[in-house]
Design a protein around this ligand. Structure first.
Ligand code: KIV
Length: 278
């Protein structure tokens, strides 16, 4: 396809260089259009996604799994999130950057929540934070919002609750998930991620909320979609969730490129005379 072969800078961002803002989320829902969100953890990837025209980059605590090699996101720290968020904001010219608040950075008290959210925004230049959980998370969200820090909510499968949930499983309690989503909207979040719930449940929640819903494993009825970049690019093969559409096989490409490099160096075909200085 012609668009995928254009160089960086000639794609989405150049076509519409205005920064994508928190109010734009609502405007997109009102217009009946769809929001695009991808996770990003570093400068290079953020720059590419920004140039491709992605609306919002999520510095997800999924980095615990796909960058750090952990089994769950539970041990990711605020300092680690700040480190990665800094790299992402450096590469994002247009995208809205949202940063996950990691496990135990907001659960202790509303004061702890607003202090950590404040650090994340001040030290990274990101625009908003995301917290997992519904009704129980409302006091933390209200405290953060009182400091004028926009908050994205997250219901359904909340990976930080993996030990209580007994694994990364589809969540089916429609009443509880809807109650959580409505509580988040009432508290003032600007969008709600709905993760791993039956498509019909996500569709009903999307119809019930005025703020946009961003689905992942939640079917086609949400106002937008988020995917973990490493999953959609084929970079991470340890878990392959059914809901992921893989848009590239970068893992295979990298493997082949590195193997070719090793072969050339061992055979003495790289570096050649053209790679040296006179
Ligand atoms: O951590 C993350 O990447 C997320 C998305 C999967 C929504 O929370």
């Amino acid at each position: 396809m012609a668009t995928t072969t254009q160089p960086i800078g000639l794609m989405g961002a150049a076509a519409d260089p205005r920064p994508f803002t928190v109010p734009d989320f609502q405007a997109v829902k009102v217009r009946g259009e769809r929001l695009t969100v991808l996770t990003a953890y570093d400068y290079t990837m953020a720059r590419l996604f920004d140039a491709a025209g992605v609306d919002c980059l999520l510095v997800g605590d999924s980095l615990g799994m796909v960058v750090q090699g952990l089994e769950t996101p539970l041990s990711v720290t605020v300092d680690e999130m700040i480190y990665h968020a800094r790299l992402v904001t450096r590469g994002a010219r247009r995208c809205l950057v949202v940063v996950d608040m990691p496990f135990m950075s907001y659960q202790v008290s509303p004061q702890q929540a607003v202090e950590n959210a404040g650090r994340i925004i001040k030290e990274t230049g990101a625009h908003a934070v995301k917290l997992e959980g519904g009704v129980r998370t409302v006091p933390a969200i209200e405290a953060i919002l009182s400091a004028d820090i926009p908050v994205m909510g997250h219901v359904g499968l909340t990976p930080q609750s993996v030990n209580r949930l007994g694994g990364f499983r589809v969540q089916r309690d429609e009443e509880a998930i809807l109650e959580d989503a409505l509580a988040l909207e009432k508290a003032g979040v600007f969008a709600v991620v709905i993760e791993c719930v039956p498509s019909e449940v996500a569709r009903k929640i999307t119809a019930a909320l005025k703020v946009p819903t961003i689905g992942i494993g939640a079917g086609p009825g949400c106002d937008g979609q988020v995917l973990v970049a490493h999953d959609m690019l084929g970079l991470f093969d340890e878990i392959k969730p059914r809901f992921v559409k893989q848009y590239a096989e970068l893992g295979d490409l990298i493997l082949r490129a590195a193997a070719d490099y090793c072969r050339d160096v061992r055979q003495g075909t790289f570096p050649g005379p053209e790679h040296g200085f006179r």
